[in-house]
Every structure is written in structure tokens, then in C-alpha cells.
Design a protein. Structure first.
Length: 340
């Protein structure tokens, strides 16, 4: 099915994994993302001279195919094992958590593996896709299924035509683009719930005297806090990331940024005893999947449209990568998207 033109919406790790494999199999792939950079929820926010990973914190490796990929990230200097001390923190009681699997982080930031993958791909950033437009096949055309064109908020109708569209974006955002085109794909989106996460990034002039680098927090508004500056390759500034639990984030999803900030700063002080010298907050509306799935990806063969992303597997870097990678392998096994 060489030389088929595929548009991928979303340059998160699932879209990038899908594109990498498709290009390897000879497809012509164009990726579009609304952000200024790639990586989606594997992201890092810079603020003045400091910064922190405010999305994915680290990743683990189970599947052999993902292990092979992570070896490439390590060999190219874009990921490293993170030996930070991780504990469970429950009302001041600390229990050491030993993980059987290695924990890895992107280096120098969590978005490094995504940037590495993106470096050889054709990506248009600052393109918020608002609509998909299907063109009927022209009489006598080789393409019997018609073509897709994309409409972006920034550029309007884009001139390129595609044989297949992959939506590598969270389910609520995918559902908007699917619109009336496919009941099958809309139903898939409706089957999952994605939960929000309010996140605090804190810079402290004085290092916190806590005997751990990451903690799963119980019975508190935060469910995770981590000393971001402990990860390999980070700046020397003491920076922490604190993520509110899904329950708390859901209850407080409608708070204004200043209202949420006040509560997050109060919670951080309660938990660590520290006042933040500088801080940033962010609301991830679609942070993670409520219940893991085994769908992996979905292809609507009549429409020539597919879905991939963490929400079709589980909300991990590995889950998202596997979803995009396995979708690409399935598409490459089809004789011709055009003749399905
Ligand atoms: C706070 C938080 C903590 C996490 N912690 C961990 C962790 O510790 N370990 C772990 O393994 N995983 C963690 N995850 C999950 C992990 O980050 C995700 O599972 C993974 O990054 C999802 O990748 P993706 O490609 O499926 O989606 P995304 O990364 O969301 O990528 C989707 C991309 O699509 C773009 N996009 C969306 N709509 C449009 C549109 N209309 N037009 C153009 N572009 C669009 C977005 O800008 C984005 O770049 C965490 C996530 C969050 C939010």
C-alpha cells in the first residue's frame, strides 16, 4: 500500500509512534498538531530559568516492542533510567515502594523522546484541526474512496488531500472531528471516560528536606508529588510537581486558575511545609483514562479513518506508543486502503 497519503492529527507519543512505523513501511505521512511543540502530555513547561515535567512523570516498560524502542531513546541520549526514591505517603507515614520494572524519564525533559521521533517526520505545528472534509471520488479516479482534507483554525481549508486520516488525540477531541461521519468511531469515543488533573509546578529557593523524590499520596488532595529536579539532566533549581487526585480535580474542574492556585498552594504547604517561591499551575482536562481498555486502535475501513492513543489501551507512555505502533502495523498489512 505504498505511497498512500496519511494525515495524523496529534503529535503526542501515539501519533509519532504511528507515523514512524508508517513511514518505515513506505507511506507518505503528514502530522498536524495544535501546540507549539510535540509530545502532547509528555511535556515540560519552562518558566523563567526553571522548568518541570508537568504531564507524564516517568514511564515503565513491559512489552518487548516498547523495550526495543526505549533502547533507541537511551542510545540516542533522549531517555535514562530514573533511580529516584519513590514512596507511599499516608498522613505523614512513609513506606518505601520498590518497583520491579525500571522507571525511565526523557532527558533533558520528558518531551525528549517525542522530539527525537519528530526529528525525521513531516510535522505542521500550530495547526488546530477543527473539521475534516471528505471529497467524493472523482469519476475515473484511481482512488475509489474519495479523499480527506483538513480544516485548521489558523489556516482554513488545507490544500493537501489524504487517503486516510488517523486521529491520535484524546477521545472527546476525536469525537468532535468524527462528527457525523462514523457511528462506529463515535461509539468507541463514548465508551471511555477521561479524567482531569490539576497540576502545580513549584520552584523553591531552599531544597525541601524530604527523604524521597516521588510519593504516591493517600488521603489528600494531591495523589502524587515529585522532586522534578532529581531526574537526570535537569537544572539545579529545586523544583517539584504536585498532581491533584482525579476526584479532587473533577470536583474542582470549574474553578478559575487563581481559585485553584490558592487551594493547590495551601495543599502543598500542608503536605511539605514549604511555601513556593515561584509556581505555575495547569489543568489537564483529559489527563487519563478511567478504566484501561484492550481495544488498542480502531479502523473504520469504509471511511478510511482510524483512532489511536492512550485512551484505547491505558494512560501510560507505553500504552500510547503501543496503540500508535500497532495501528501502523495493521494499516501496513492492508493491501490498499483505497480498495478496502
Ligand atoms: C498529569 C499527567 C501525568 C501523567 N503521568 C504519567 C506517568 O507518570 N507515566 C506514564 O507512563 N504516563 C503518564 N501520563 C499519561 C501519558 O502522558 C499519556 O498516556 C500519553 O502521553 C498520551 O499520549 P497520546 O499520544 O495518546 O496523547 P497526547 O499526548 O494527548 O497527544 C495528543 C496531541 O494531539 C494534539 N491535539 C489535540 N487535539 C488536536 C486538534 N484538534 N488539532 C491538532 N492537534 C490536536 C495535542 O496538542 C497533543 O499534542 C500522565 C498524563 C498526565 C496528563
Amino acid at each position: 500500500m505504498n505511497q498512500q497519503r496519511i494525515a495524523i492529527i496529534g503529535a503526542g507519543i501515539s501519533g509519532l509512534a504511528c507515523a514512524t512505523e508508517l513511514v518505515k513501511c513506505g507511506f507518505e505521512v503528514s502530522i498536524f498538531d495544535k501546540s507549539r511543540g510535540v509530545g502532547g502530555r509528555m511535556s515540560h513547561r519552562y518558566y523563567q530559568e526553571w522548568g518541570a515535567d508537568h504531564g507524564a512523570q516517568y514511564f515503565t516498560v513491559k512489552d518487548e516492542r516498547f523495550a526495543e524502542e526505549v533502547k533507541k531513546w537511551e542510545a540516542s541520549g533522549n531517555a535514562k533510567a530514573w533511580g529516584g526514591k519513590i514512596v507511599s505517603l499516608d498522613n505523614g507515614n512513609i513506606t518505601d515502594l520498590k518497583s520491579e520494572r525500571n522507571r525511565y524519564v526523557g532527558v533533558p525533559t520528558m518531551s525528549a523522546p517525542a522530539k527525537y521521533l519528530a526529528s525525521t517526520l513531516n510535522i505542521s505545528l500550530l495547526h488546530t484541526i477543527t473539521e475534516l472534509k471528505w471529497n467524493k471520488p472523482l469519476r475515473g479516479s484511481k482512488n475509489k474512496n474519495g479523499t480527506w482534507q483538513l480544516v485548521s483554525k489558523e489556516q482554513g481549508l488545507l490544500p493537501q488531500e489524504f487517503d486516510h486520516v488517523v486521529l491520535a488525540i484524546p477521545s472527546p477531541q476525536a469525537k468532535v472531528l468524527i462528527g457525523e461521519y462514523s457511528d462506529q468511531l463515535t461509539e468507541t469515543c463514548d465508551q471511555v471516560v477521561m479524567l482531569p488533573c490539576w497540576t502545580l509546578m513549584a520552584y523553591l529557593k531552599t531544597p525541601l528536606k524530604l527523604d524521597f523524590d516521588g510519593a504516591f499520596v493517600q488521603s489528600h488532595l494531591f495523589s502524587w508529588i515529585a522532586r522534578d529536579s532529581n531526574k537526570p539532566g535537569r537544572s539545579l533549581y529545586e523544583s517539584w510537581v504536585a498532581q491533584a487526585s482525579s476526584d479532587w480535580s473533577l470536583e474542582n474542574i470549574d474553578l478559575s486558575q487563581p481559585e485553584a492556585e490558592a487551594l493547590l498552594l495551601k495543599g502543598f504547604k500542608e503536605l511539605t511545609g514549604a511555601e513556593c517561591d515561584l509556581y505555575q499551575t495547569h489543568l489537564w482536562r483529559y489527563s487519563k483514562l478511567e478504566t484501561p481498555s484492550e481495544t488498542n486502535f480502531v479502523i473504520d475501513t469504509h471511511l478510511n479513518m482510524s483512532l489511536c492513543g492512550d485512551w484505547l489501551r491505558n494512560s501510560t507512555v507505553e500504552g500510547a506508543w503501543m496503540s500508535g505502533h500497532t495501528l501502523a502495523q495493521r494499516l501496513s498489512l492492508m493491501d490498499s486502503i483505497d480498495t478496502l
